[in-house]
Design a protein around this ligand. Structure first.
Ligand code: GAP
Length: 483
């Protein structure tokens, strides 16, 4: 069992071990923007590479694309982001602090439930659930806040502005002589880069419906409430795939991708009991969606979305067709018919996925009266997969250890370490999530040509011959199960 009761534990570990740092920290930091350190960048790349391989190379009908962050401003008109990509915000007039109105209400519900006022909590929850067809969401949320006398968490005041909608896109000037008209947006999702390349890919690759286009890349959102570490960031990375299907087959494809994506989360070692689906109620669907479901993970802050799976219908292609004037339909030669494909989208936040992996892997254990902190993550994700140590800093042992390092480095990420006691070296790599450690000792060079392999999860140790190290690691990865 994980004994993680707060995100703060992960924030501290991530900083102390060089996974994740606050951006521009020496200047006091930049809110909701983070940098990945040496261990973090390896973990990030490992997750990204696994996703890429699983989504593209393991599906012969899914190809990749890498679109630019900047896109023609019309893209965001077509997608509905200029009109509708808003968060409802409300300001406390006393403290001048800004809150996301729906989150303010959710926090109030949580506090009521904690204080045992379950009926009142359920009543407000019901109001929140039924609030807003999207048009009058701001007014509905305002009414809930006023009628239930929800106070500002920081000042305790009950002195609110109206709820206003706040567009989440960052706008910037384009070119040296830019005017208002030259404004471009930093993309708030990678998906639109896929839609605008759909025709290029159809014309140049040997794909036919059903087929998918996958992309990973940065997205930017000026989140009103930016907190909870890398869970909600203003600059983050998405891994998205749009699967183009014939209308009428979309429900089946949606069900298939739901299944596939949940299996993917389990395949990267996330414990089943910490994963679930949460369907979006029909009246809360995004403007483009016919159906939507979140894959949620049980974070220390509660069940939260890690990935969204959406049936986007033909909304995006039809919109781009309308605004660009270019035909974006598909000709099905076999059946001699034309249609605009429907799209099933899978969209996962890479940073949120990293947070999920860290939370799921984190354990504190007591070993011989001392605390052991260990990240029991899937060996394929581990930033350092193998530690190689000479028992002591002595010629003879060092050369053999260096030779093992040189051989393993062709296949795994390896860390050679000869400083400190063996126990300390194990602990350091336990905190980095390293699943295997190899120790060369005097018996290795004097008597048996064997090394000790130590397994991270149960700390068990075995003597194995030098020529069986690579095999033992390969088997260890293959047989690994979350514990
Ligand atoms: N193209 C669809 C789309 O962007 P979304 O539900 O808004 O859908 C998809 O975002 C995923 O992107 C989310 O499930 C989440 O993992 C990630 N994400 C969204 N906003 C984020 C933020 N501010 N910080 C970190 N990750 C975010």
């Amino acid at each position: 069992m994980s004994n993680l009761d707060s995100l703060d534990t992960i924030v501290s570990l991530a900083k102390a071990r060089g996974f994740i740092f606050q951006s521009s920290e020496i200047y006091g930091g930049l809110s909701a923007v983070y940098d990945y350190g040496p261990l973090g960048v390896e973990l990030k790349r490992n997750i990204q590479n696994i996703w890429w391989k699983d989504m593209t190379q393991r599906h012969e009908n899914i190809v990749g694309v890498d679109a630019a962050v900047f896109m023609h401003p019309k893209v965001w008109e077509a997608s509905g982001h200029i009109e509708g990509f808003n968060d409802p915000m409300i300001d406390d007039k006393q403290s001048k602090k800004r809150y996301r109105a729906d989150m303010l209400i959710e926090d109030c519900i949580l506090n009521l439930a904690k204080d045992g006022k379950k009926e009142k909590a359920a009543e407000i929850q019901e109001l929140l659930n039924t609030s807003g067809t999207r048009k009058n969401l701001a007014k509905d949320l305002y009414d809930i806040i006023i009628e239930n006398e929800i106070k500002a968490p920081d000042s305790g005041a009950f002195d609110w502005t109206e709820v206003r909608q706040f567009n989440l896109m960052f706008k910037t000037a384009f070119g040296a002589t830019s005017s208002e008209d030259d404004g471009v947006y930093l993309r708030p999702e990678t998906a639109q880069g896929i839609f605008v390349n759909y025709k290029n890919i159809l014309d140049t690759s040997r794909v036919s419906v059903p087929f998918g286009i996958a992309q990973t890349g940065k997205a930017f959102r000026n989140e009103v409430v930016a907190r909870q570490f890398v869970f909600r960031m203003r600059e983050f990375e998405q891994m998205e795939m749009q699967y183009f299907v014939e209308p009428g087959t979309d429900s089946n494809a949606y069900a298939l991708w739901k299944k596939k994506r949940l299996s993917w989360h389990k395949s990267i070692g996330i414990r089943e009991e910490n994963l679930r689906f949460s369907d979006h109620p029909k009246d809360k669907l995004a403007h483009y969606a016919l159906a939507a479901v979140d894959v949620q993970y049980k974070f220390p802050i509660g069940w939260q979305e890690v990935e969204g799976i959406h049936n986007r219908s033909d909304f995006d292609l039809t919109q781009h067709q309308k605004l660009s004037g270019k035909k974006l339909d598909y000709f099905d030669q076999k059946n001699n018919k034309r249609y605009v494909p429907y799209v099933i989208e899978t969209s996962i936040g890479l940073d949120r996925c990293i947070l999920m992996v860290l939370c799921d892997a984190y354990r504190e254990e007591e070993v011989n009266g001392e605390k052991r902190t260990v990240l029991k993550m899937h060996p394929e994700l581990a930033p350092i997969q193998v530690g190689v140590f000479p028992l002591v800093k002595k010629s003879g042992l060092q050369e053999v250890a260096r030779k093992i390092e040189a051989e393993l480095i062709e296949h795994y990420s390896v860390r050679y370490d000869e400083t400190g006691s063996i126990g300390k070296r194990y602990r350091r790599l336990d905190e980095a999530g390293t699943p295997f450690c190899i120790t060369v000792d005097f018996d290795t060079i004097e008597t048996d040509n064997k090394v000790t392999i130590r397994y991270r999860d149960d700390m068990s140790q075995e003597r194995i011959p030098l020529n069986k190290i690579a095999y033992a690691i390969k088997e260890g990865i293959k047989d690994w199960k979350p514990s």
